[in-house]
Write a new protein. Sequence first.
Length: 179
Amino acid sequence: MNQTVMDSSHAALSPSRRRAIAGLAVSSLLVWILASVFVHPLPHEVSDRASAPLLPGADSPPLVAGVIQHACVNCHSEKTQWPWYSRVAPVSWLVENDVKHAREHLNLSRWDGLQEVDQRMLLTAIATVIENHEMPPHKYVVLHPEAKLSADDAIRVIEWTRAERRRLRTSALNMSPKQ
């Protein structure tokens, strides 16, 4: 009985009625996209640090800098390359919130403004999230597969964080007044 009711309801939609519904759906989608673009009628504001080097003051070898460039820079710096969908609401709100949150935790463009103790703490955190496969996040890698860390990339960055922590610790010891 239910199958008969379902068959008759599909039969009730004529081809012209189906085209009208499809046209309405397409029109609604286009209006939504057009309206969403007005959420960001201008490009995202460019930071004064957009052209500055990453990790200013840190001793990062070129291979590590390359890994950071392809895996971390879009969220954890002011060199973000905003994708087209970052201008379409409501996705734009999610993307901007993710970048804002990421920069609050670690902003590689403002590394030189941090105290050495904070830099050492962040270096430990970087190694931890990479070891635990928490960074880059899976949802980001799905849309940006180039950000996925290879095992070699992960080892390179983790070893660098350890070396950089040692360098900072040694520098702090050499700078402290002798007793």
